[in-house]
Design a protein. Structure first.
Length: 107
């Protein structure tokens, strides 16, 4: 994947996360600067999602640790567990809000 393709994919992912959060009605504040999306929760905790162009990965930092997602066969998968990005992010957001949240990219 070229850097330009990665930047386009990253933009789609970050916009998809923002749209999914808006659609599900979760009480999460989001702010964005370029390829860094910060999600802030009522308890002051945060999840940071950012694109790392040099390695063509999307990184997530949360209370439970740091996670790296790589594009594999049309999906963004965690390099250690193999979890899909939106599924995994849904679990993280659910943990930090205390309610069941399902995030999915727009079709």
């Amino acid at each position: 994947m070229s850097e330009q393709e990665f930047q386009e994919q990253c933009e789609r992912i970050l916009r998809g996360i923002e749209d999914a959060l808006d659609a599900c009605g979760a009480d999460v504040e989001s702010s964005r600067m370029d390829k860094v999306l910060e999600l802030e929760f009522d308890d002051g905790s945060k999840i940071i999602v950012n694109g790392n162009a040099p390695v063509r990965e999307v990184w997530i930092a949360a209370r439970s640790g740091g996670f790296h997602f790589r594009h594999v066969d049309g999906q963004w998968l965690d390099t250690r567990s193999g979890n899909e990005l939106f599924t995994f992010l849904s679990e993280l957001v659910s943990q930090q809000t205390g309610e069941a949240i399902v995030l999915a990219p727009a079709a």
